[in-house]
Design a protein around this ligand. Structure first.
Ligand code: DI6
Ligand code: FE
Length: 402
């Protein structure tokens, strides 16, 4: 057998779901051909006589799947450090949102920025993630809130794929907040999304999925259901910001629409967890936002575990509630703040994050025929990926074999 590259003498955390734990293989080898994994397993099982253009000894280092940040608002303009200061002085996130700050402040900034400017501002954040071994990211719109600006943001997100070796999945989040020009008429804005904005975004091929913010300060379950029905009729999968600040039954709503994921979930109850399990909807947990807004109700991880709900962990990178560009730190926070195990944190940024994006067949684990998206680490044991705070043990990152 002839391969492009073979990594030898590696310890593998394959995340192969057929294997227990992290699917660990000692004395492992991994070979690639045309950007995909062509062999993964014990080095002793690599056929004698195999040949490769390049052989890379790993000296016992660990190889994991490339990390996946499955929930970000990476494309945004400016920052909201001013609001952070106000929150430190006592204002709440809801108060700032109601006073015209919050998401709407970021909408004004994004509308004023060109597509080039959005790409320019997103790249340093993307580079921070890439520098930690991230090979796939999801990017949401939701700061444009009209067709022109939502399309501009999604096109900027798509352009990131041309700027760096990274896989980008885009999500249309038109139902993120009410635009100022809607003058409080939520129903009419939802009408516009359903009849005009979403069909145009879908026709332009700008979105891989559709998301909404289901919350008392955003959109009701009935309004979200209208957006989701439109998405489904256009053949687009859905995701939902659900139960972050209160329980409006968002998890069950996401499950009802067969959502890829329901995200945040701090206030989800047992019925919501059961619904997620039944639908195979991934629970995406976002400890950066929980930490940054100093929330006090953590998501019900034990309930999710008990119901067999798959859990992912992401940065939720956004200017208002999670200015976080470290997926490794998100893993540490998921462990310390939410009580997730080491294995859950690592699966949550690889295999389960891929599932949350509908990419399970392509990436997220080290299995033959998936993309060779790899991270090679200077660590003695996988727990170090979750343990460090602000220290990056990445040695090398491989995207699609390169
Ligand atoms: N939930 C969040 O945490 C972010 N969006 C959302 O729906 C907040 C976005 C922002 O404040 O800019
Ligand atoms: Fe978010």
């Amino acid at each position: 057998m002839r391969y492009d590259r073979v990594w030898l003498d590696a310890r593998l955390a394959t995340l192969n779901p057929a294997l227990p734990g992290l699917g660990e293989v000692e004395h492992g080898a991994l070979a690639t051909l045309n950007g995909r994994i062509a062999f993964v397993g014990a080095a002793a099982d690599l056929l004698a006589g195999s040949d490769a253009v390049e052989c890379i000894p790993c000296d016992g280092r660990w190889i994991t799947p490339g990390l996946i940040d499955c929930h970000t608002h990476l494309v945004h303009a400016g920052n909201r450090a001013n609001e952070f200061a106000m929150r430190l002085a006592g204002a709440t996130y809801e108060q700032l949102a109601r006073a015209g700050g919050g998401i709407v402040a970021s909408v004004k900034a994004l509308r004023a920025a060109s597509g080039d400017e959005l790409v320019r501002q997103a790249l340093p954040r993307l580079d921070a993630l890439i520098g930690e071994g991230v090979t796939t990211i999801e990017v949401k719109s939701g700061y444009g809130l009209d067709l022109e600006n939502e399309a501009k943001a999604l096109a900027a997100a798509r352009r990131l794929e041309g700027e760096r070796r990274v896989t980008v999945r885009t999500t249309f989040l038109g139902a993120h907040a009410l635009p100022p020009e809607a003058n409080g008429d939520t129903g009419r804005y939802i009408d516009t999304i359903v009849a005009e904005i979403l069909p145009a975004i879908a026709a332009a091929g700008l979105a891989d999925a559709v998301d909404a913010f289901c919350e008392s300060i955003a959109f009701s379950p009935l309004e979200v259901a209208r957006v989701f029905s439109a998405a489904k009729s256009l053949g687009l999968p859905v995701k939902l910001h659900a139960d972050q600040l209160s329980n409006l039954g968002g998890a069950a709503l996401a499950a009802e629409f067969g959502a890829l994921s329901a995200d945040h979930l701090e206030h989800t109850d047992a019925a919501g967890a059961a619904a997620l399990a039944g639908a195979g909807t991934v629970a995406v947990l976002l400890p950066g936002a929980y930490y940054f807004i100093r929330a006090t109700t953590p998501p019900p991880v034990a309930l999710f575990r008990g119901h067999g709900v798959k859990m992912a962990v992401a940065t939720d990178n956004n200017p208002g509630t999670s200015p976080l560009t470290s997926l490794l730190l998100a893993m540490n926070m998921a462990a310390t703040l939410f009580g997730m195990t080491i294995a859950e944190c690592i699966a949550g940024t690889t295999r389960e994050a891929a599932r949350a994006l509908g990419l399970s067949a392509e990436t997220g684990s080290l299995e033959v025929s998936k993309w060779a998206d790899l991270a090679i680490w200077n660590i003695e044991r996988p727990a170090e990926l979750v343990y460090h705070m602000g220290f990056n043990p990445l040695l090398r990152r491989i995207w699609r074999g390169q």
